[in-house]
Design a protein around this ligand. Structure first.
Ligand SMILES: NC(=O)c1ccc[n+]([C@@H]2O[C@H](COP(=O)([O-])OP(=O)(O)OC[C@H]3O[C@@H](n4cnc5c(N)ncnc54)[C@H](O)[C@@H]3O)[C@@H](O)[C@H]2O)c1
Ligand SMILES: O=C(O)C(=O)C[C@@H](O)[C@H](O)[C@H](O)COP(=O)(O)O
Ligand SMILES: [Zn+2]
Length: 361
């Protein structure tokens, strides 16, 4: 087992990465402060992993469970309200701990419920998708979507513990594995050039789910993310680099309808758009853009805009991005492999040209 720490003073917490962690009371129970927990999961993950997790929780006074409907389309306030209903029906108090068992959708909503319930209770992340293990379970961004924009309602609320049990990846559909690889590749691009080189050499091993390769990718990604979050917990500066590809990607998710393009797929295409824009500004060369495209394609990810989605639709949807300041788009662009920065002076025509390069007329 590998253990990392997210260093945030009194809000610091461990990320435990390994095999056989789910049903082990020793990995979980020392981190549960009260004697009550509510496990929030979904209808797909519950039959696969809830019984094993419940073994790891035996001995507590109260263990309630809640199964939410599955899918990005259900990442809404209405669904979070079902968590509040369950907690109130079962008289959970401020000493309760919510446990998110599932992918990023369950994690983001459970974290948001934990941030709000009785003004804030503990929560633990048990991510079961690659994307959630390498990204969404770490860093404390929680929330839900709005029809007009992705993750528009939310809160920063750090978990007390993250447990990434690598065994859960065995049942993940290949399309979901690829979606997680998009965020893994993101770390190489924004802050870890040697990791990008490693990914180029080892992508076939990851796609074959070789345990050592997957464990290395999860650990390295979590390490990279934890370092950025420790520097800037609430995204007042550097943390925004974790949004590389996301302004374009969130536009795709919203315009296509939540769940039609997976988050990781939309981010993959968005990263190519951001790389093209970086090239048009003269910051990186065409050879690096090709490396980005090639690696994403090798991972089985889309590298162009959805069919029929034009640059006008992109720009409209991108105008609600949370990074917009005084009406100006702020985009995360590359200065080099492994080096990203926030840019607020890209002319509209150049953004349109980058979109054109990626198949959006
Ligand atoms: N908070 C953050 O920092 C952050 C970071 C990145 C992404 N996100 C959010 O995360 C969400 C995407 O998360 P995701 O990619 O995990 O999607 P997801 O939560 O929808 O899970 C993908 C699918 O896999 C299923 N599943 C989960 N674990 C499984 C397993 N072990 N075996 C088989 N099936 C399994 C789920 O039921 C779902 O159908 C998006 O809403 C995105 O905005 C948040
Ligand atoms: O943790 C972060 O910070 C991120 O930006 C990680 C992203 O991968 C993630 O998709 C996040 O939810 C995007 O946040 P948003 O604030 O841009 O909606
Ligand atoms: Zn993301």
């Amino acid at each position: 087992m590998h253990s990392l720490n997210v260093e945030l003073g009194e809000r610091s917490y461990p990320i435990e990465i390994g095999s056989g962690l789910l049903g082990n009371p020793q990995s979980l129970q020392p981190h549960i402060r009260g004697k009550q927990v509510c496990v929030v999961t979904n209808e797909t993950v519950a039959p696969l992993y809830l019984p094993r997790l419940l073994d790891g929780l035996s001995g507590l006074d109260r263990v309630d469970t809640l199964e939410l409907p599955d899918g990005e389309a259900f990442k809404t306030l209405d669904t979070v309200n079902r968590v509040f209903d369950r907690l109130l029906e079962r008289r959970h108090n401020r000493s309760t701990t919510l446990i998110a068992l599932g992918g990023g959708v369950v994690g983001d909503m459970t974290g948001f419920a934990a941030a709000c319930y009785q003004r804030g209770v503990d929560f633990i992340q048990i991510p079961t998708t690659l994307l959630a293990q390498v990204d969404s379970s770490v860093g404390g961004k929680t929330g839900v979507n709005h029809p007009l924009g992705k993750n528009m309602i939310g809160a920063f609320h750090q978990p007390r513990l993250v447990i990434a049990d690598m065994d859960t990846l065995a049942t993940l559909p290949q399309r979901e594995l690829a979606a997680g690889l998009a965020e893994v590749i993101k770390y190489g691009l924004i802050c870890d050039a040697p990791f990008f080189d490693w990914l180029e050499a080892n992508m076939p091993r990851l796609l074959e789910r070789e345990p050592q390769a997957l464990a290395h990718a999860v650990e390295r990604s979590c390490r990279d993310k934890a370092a950025v979050v420790a520097e800037d917990e609430r995204e007042s500066g550097r943390r925004a680099i974790l949004n590389f590809g996301h302004t374009f990607g969130h536009a795709i998710e919203a315009v296509q309808g939540y769940g039609n393009w997976l988050h990781g797929e939309a981010v993959a295409a968005g990263m190519v758009m951001a790389a093209e824009l970086s090239r048009l500004r003269g910051d990186i060369d065409a050879a690096l853009v090709e490396r980005v495209r090639t690696l994403l394609e090798l991972a089985g990810l889309p590298v162009a805009a959805p069919e029929g989605m034009g640059s006008g639709q992109f720009l409209d949807a991108m105008a609600v991005d949370k990074k917009v300041l005084d009406g100006r788009l702020r985009l995360i662009l590359l200065s080099a492999l492994g080096d990203a920065r926030i840019v607020d002076d890209s002319p509209r025509e150049q953004v349109v040209e980058a979109l054109n390069c990626c198949g959006a007329p």
